[in-house]
Design a protein around this ligand. Sequence first.
Ligand SMILES: O=C(O)c1cc(=O)[nH]c(=O)n1[C@@H]1O[C@H](COP(=O)(O)O)[C@@H](O)[C@H]1O
Length: 234
Amino acid sequence: MKRHTGLIVALDTQDVAQARAWAGAVGPAAGAVKLGLEFAYSAGLDAMAEVAGGVPLFLDLKLHDIPNTVGSAVRALSHLRPRLLTLHASGGRAMMEAARKACDEAFPEGERPALLAVTVLTSLDDQALAETGVNDTPRNQVLRLGKLAVSSGMDGLVCSAHELSPLRDALGDAPLLVTPGIRPAGSQAGDQKRIMTPAQARDAGADWIVVGRPVTQAADPAEAARAIAAELAG
Ligand SMILES: O=C(O)c1cc(=O)[nH]c(=O)n1[C@@H]1O[C@H](COP(=O)(O)O)[C@@H](O)[C@H]1O
């Protein structure tokens, strides 16, 4: 199946004016903008909806706590009306089910965010994952957590593009698969370990790619976002 792959730009900054300027610049090329922990802890949650403006908001708060706390946190976020919301799959089944229930109860039908379970961070390679006590490859751990997350009611997963093909084989077309760790040819990997280019991620079956620094640190972020959108459409 030929799949449409959209671009999400990660606006990682503490500066509200900067985030607003980036959102305006990349908005025409991006299907959504992502605001995460750095922005939330500095500018606050209400600034997130304001900064996104008319662009759909990916609220990347990576919730990870006991079920009661995560469920309550999801309820407390409902006024922000994000399109996508993250939590950690490693929080376990009961935590994800509590998030699902809270989301279904607190958000009106048709305005519920897609709940995305983060599997294995794209900054982890085999060795770094082993140091956390997981004696398996990132690929197998992503598959394990991905199956758990989908069977716990999650709408999709955050994973690296390297795991897309085994996830599609195991879980089919339905789950939204969202891949950070995307680096256009020639750009710096930085702290990302499991990386692919936009076109490679598209061909492997991503619904969305998430790109931050290669866009926001470019001389012309609007042009960088346009070039990635063009690569995805090509
Ligand atoms: O949940 C995420 O969005 C996420 C998960 C993950 O495994 N890896 C990852 O990089 N991210 C986020 O995706 C963005 C990637 O940014 P760049 O590395 O600058 O392109 C950051 O905002 C990360 O917080």
